[in-house]
Design a protein around this ligand. Structure first.
Ligand code: ZN
Length: 454
């Protein structure tokens, strides 16, 4: 039996009643929360004791959209539109291989952990013919860093010669994609409660995949009982593309393909009309709101208040590391709040609403409600202990506001399934210095193969 007892902390649970205690405890045994409440823990618990005085305990943050491999291609087309940025990077990504992907994923996952993230998805959609087993490489990286992982088998089958945006060299044919998707589910997907790894299927976007691939992927996902993910309504360029090619809005297009439902989540969901929001709400389709990336690419700001009011499940995502060079999930909480208020006024998103997006909201989007994203007895022991006792945060009247509105506080402890992944802002699972060196070597190698470095 392995038990961690945290006492004396301000505890924000993000549970259904939003329980919160100024002086509370959380006890975790064998990866599960066994007690949470006011005051000290029952004296009978034995195990590792954590003095939580001056700290805020929250559920671990849940990231609903990322492209881990992009950690090695940060800083390109920094002033470009989405389509300019993509066309600059597609040829570079065409040279990805297993070692590059493993190094990039390890760097991105380590950074996520240091920002309070305990569960993350990944949308990998570039699979060069001779690239090797890229999905296995990122699964290996997630196991090494110690995060709960929801990788997707992404795909593109609509190259430039067929009217798509990506060059033909980085797309695959539909049969290869479907076989690899089934294989990914067979090899990696664990549907059991408390699972550390679940796979989803994720054709990339309306301008890089065919309708046939979207339809077939949805059928396969439902046959295998896994979730579906794609990019949707990210930019006005995409909206124009859909109008021109399909004569419909992106959401109408997805509706005709069977791509709406409680097992589907869309990254971005920025440019939505009222009818599209109503459709997403009625079908339980989720949204991964990525405020930093949307701002970095000048794509727009999602209608988060309207989505929440309509009942659409909304989580937060950092998006790929090449369009959000920071890729800190903590930062997305702050940006979600600030951008929502800049767009919709001071009542648009509360401090606790913003934190809920990154916790219980993200869990709903990934289909993990009742397992992660909140602190309650029986939930997985995924939590963050934020130190609010140092100069930046000491004595802020509202500890949750200190976390959301202040800079990122020191991370005293991050538990994933009860296992310490970060302690005192230091990764305990991998060596951050060695990971940085691997990232640099992988990035240089990739840029050399792509002809961008001598
Ligand atoms: Zn993305």
């Amino acid at each position: 039996m392995s038990t961690v007892i945290i006492e004396g902390a301000h505890v924000y649970t993000a549970d259904d009643e939003r329980h919160e205690w100024a002086d509370g405890h959380v006890v975790c045994t064998d990866g599960v929360v066994v007690a949470v409440g006011a005051g000290p823990a029952d004296a009978s618990y034995e195990g590792r004791r954590v003095d939580g005085r001056g700290c805020l305990v929250t559920p671990g943050l849940v990231n609903t959209h990322h492209h881990l491999y992009q950690w090695v291609t940060r800083g390109f087309a920094v002033d470009g539109t989405l389509f300019e940025w993509l066309t600059r990077l597609y040829p570079v990504w065409g040279h990805l291989d297993e070692d590059t992907t493993r190094a990039a994923a390890t760097g991105a996952l380590a950074t996520l952990a240091l920002s309070g993230c305990t569960t993350t998805t990944d949308h990998h959609y570039v699979f060069p013919t001779d690239g090797g087993d890229l999905l296995a490489a990122e699964v290996e990286a997630a196991r090494a860093v110690g995060l709960r992982f929801h990788p997707t088998r992404g795909s593109m089958d609509l190259g430039q010669s067929q009217g798509g945006l990506p060059p033909d060299a980085v797309v695959e044919d539909i049969d290869t994609i479907l076989a690899a998707s089934a294989d990914a589910v067979d090899r990696f997907h664990d549907p059991s409660p408390g699972s550390m790894l679940r796979v989803a299927l994720a054709p990339c976007s309306p301008f890089s995949v065919t309708a046939d691939l979207l339809r077939a992927s949805a059928a396969l996902a439902r046959e295998r009982d896994v979730r579906l993910h794609t990019h949707l309504c990210e930019t006005l360029d995409e909206q124009d593309y859909c109008r021109e090619h399909f004569g419909s809005t992106p959401v109408e297009h997805m509706e005709t393909l069977g791509w709406l439902g409680p097992d589907v989540w869309f990254a971005h969901a920025v440019h939505l009309d009222d009818a599209s929001i109503a459709t997403m709400a009625a079908t339980g389709t989720g949204a991964a709101h990525c405020p930093s990336s949307n701002a970095r690419l000048g794509a727009g700001i999602a209608r988060v208040r309207d989505l929440r009011d309509a009942g659409v499940p909304v989580g937060l995502g950092v998006d790929g590391a090449a369009s959000n060079e920071r890729a800190s999930l903590w930062e997305e909480v702050r940006h979600a709040l600030l951008f929502a208020r800049a767009r919709g006024g001071p009542q648009a998103l509360g401090v606790r609403d913003a934190l809920d997006l990154a916790t219980v909201g993200g869990a709903a989007v990934l289909g993990r409600t009742g397992e992660v994203g909140a602190l309650a007895v029986g939930m997985q022991a995924d939590l963050a202990v934020w130190d609010l006792s140092t100069l930046g945060h000491v004595d802020v009247a509202d500890p949750v506001a200190a976390l959301v509105l202040g800079g990122q506080p020191p991370l005293r402890l991050l538990l994933v399934q009860g296992r310490p992944v970060v302690a005192d802002d230091t990764l305990g699972t991998v060596d951050a210095g060695a990971v940085a060196a691997d990232v640099a070597a992988a990035s240089h190698g990739l840029l050399r193969r792509a002809g961008l470095l001598a």
